[in-house]
Design a protein around this ligand. Structure first.
Ligand code: AMP
Ligand code: ZN
Length: 473
């Protein structure tokens, strides 16, 4: 098929035309969340832009298989394999077991994704499901001379590779600055850049999740999980691997080192990285403790899809600074846009030639290094074009397969029309009762009122303008 999509490939350091290994098919892997806390809206920026990439490829006709891991073990507070296990820290913080918090935050992550119209990957695999695979690959790396045991841990020996720093010509020292959080020395390592494949160190005695292995009872390192989970579901060769820019080093660098050492050939052709969302004080980070979640934005009255649009208005290769002012402007623009689309008449013929022409322009816009801002501009171009309303509507519905902004799903003005006065009075009284309960900080009562209304098919939503309600089907 015709290859019309290009994007920045961190491996070649340029915008490459995307050509998959197998014509028309795409094998894609995404580093999933470490589920020790809620995802912050920075994490979600990365997943929104990756979602746009998948949707773009599907829109252009590719058959995409996308795999995502869930990191529920082995990710330490420093990406350089030192510090504490993030999951254990999370469990201690909440006085729960690691598996309990893994389940809770995995569910919370996918609930956020659903609100943001992020399509769930075809395969989602928690690391704790794949211990046998990790042991198999780590054993093979030792047999092939790429790994060694020291102080109880198994390490990958980076000196065995001709080119370990595949993503960059930067020096090791410069790269280490990019490593998240604190970096502490590990005297067991033969080379500074070596990384852990399997931990058995006594330092982690209180580790909750441990498994038998040929090197003693322990648990896998973070990097090995992504190599093994992708190979398990996508085979020996992959087209695209995604993540945030902080994953480039050491995580993705280590993934390539161990995967190619194990396989004996090139593993993945394209590496897609999304730049960070920052707040005024710098990069948003879960380990900093204080961060913005999607729920918090919603509590402040923002529609999650406005946050999606906020992300789409800027390029994935540029850092993005979050601001409520831009969110407010985006809210106004989004509401206006959705209203304009809703006002289009859906009756009449779709002009096929105009439809195809604009659809091609859309693929060219988004296919040009995933330029979401140009794709949104094209929505406005369509709205003011000299074509029939039905054609406009059909085009915007089609573009929304990629944008995922629910542009054609506006609740019509009279959503609640036809509700009898008695019911309306009842709902308004309940809303007042709930407001009073919230003021009294009786959140259980407030939630019970909301649930009771929902049980009767009435959804309420807190917005900046106050609480609004609508009938749900
Ligand atoms: P984690 O749950 O920390 O493993 O991160 C999940 C994903 O979010 C990874 O792809 C990270 O690279 C990405 N990420 C982390 N911080 C940010 C940020 N501030 N902005 C955008 N993406 C981020
Ligand atoms: Zn990963």
């Amino acid at each position: 098929m015709e290859n019309r999509i290009s994007f920045f490939n961190t491996l070649t350091r340029k915008v490459d035309k995307f050509v998959p290994n197998e014509d028309g098919k795409v094998a894609m892997y995404t580093c999933g969340p470490t589920v020790y806390h809620y995802a912050h809206i920075g994490n979600l920026r990365t997943y929104i832009m990756e979602d746009i990439l998948v949707r773009t490829l599907r829109y252009a006709g590719y058959d995409v298989k996308r795999v995502m891991n869930i990191t529920d073990v082995g990710h330490l507070t420093s990406d350089g394999d030192t510090g504490e296990d993030k999951m254990l820290k999370g469990a201690q913080r909440e006085h729960k077991t690691v598996l309990e918090i893994a389940k809770f935050y995995t569910d919370a992550f996918f609930a956020d994704c659903a609100k943001l119209n992020i399509v769930t990957p075809d395969v989602v695999e928690p690391a704790t499901n794949c211990i046998d695979e990790f042991i198999k690959v780590v054993s093979a790396l030792i047999d092939k001379g790429f790994a060694y045991v020291a102080g109880g841990n198994v390490y990958f020996d980076t000196s065995k590779l001709d080119d370990y720093y595949v993503f960059s010509s930067q020096s090791e020292k410069e790269l280490m600055v990019g490593v998240r959080d604190d970096v502490e020395e590990d005297s067991n390592k033969k080379n500074k850049a070596d990384f852990v494949l399997w931990f058995t160190k006594s330092k982690f005695e209180n580790q909750e999740l441990k498994w038998e292995s040929p090197w003693g009872i322990g648990y896998p390192g973070w990097h090995i999980e992504c190599s093994c989970i992708s190979m398990k579901h996508l085979g020996d060769k992959m087209d695209i691997h995604c993540g945030g820019v902080d994953n480039i080093f050491p995580h993705h660098t280590n993934e390539i080192a161990q995967s190619e050492a194990y396989l004996g050939h090139k593993w993945c052709n394209y590496w897609f990285h999304v730049h960070h969302l920052n707040d005024r004080s710098g990069k948003m980070s879960k380990s900093k403790g204080e961060f913005l979640t999607l729920s918090l934005l919603m509590e402040k009255g923002y529609n999650p899809l406005v946050y999606r649009m906020f992300c789409l208005q800027s390029h994935y290769r540029k850092p993005l600074e979050f601001s409520y002012e831009i969110m407010d402007n985006t809210t106004a623009a989004y509401n206006k846009l959705v209203k304009r689309v809703a006002s289009l008449s859906k009756d009449g013929e779709v002009d096929k030639a105009a439809f195809d022409d604009y659809k091609n322009r859309f693929i060219d816009a988004i296919g040009n290094d995933i330029n979401t801002a140009s794709a949104i501009t094209l929505v406005y171009d369509v709205l003011s074009a000299d074509i029939s309303d039905a054609t406009k509507y059909a085009l915007i519905e089609s573009f929304d397969e990629v944008l995922g902004l629910d542009l054609t799903c506006a609740p019509s003005e009279d959503t609640n029309a036809g509700v009898d006065k008695e019911l309306e009075d009842y709902i308004l009284a309940k809303i007042e009762e709930r407001k009073a309960a919230k003021k009294e900080k009786d959140f259980a009562k407030a939630d019970a009122i909301r649930d009771e209304l929902l049980g009767r098919g009435i959804a309420i939503k807190d917005t900046r303008e106050g609480t609004v309600w609508e009938l749900v089907k």
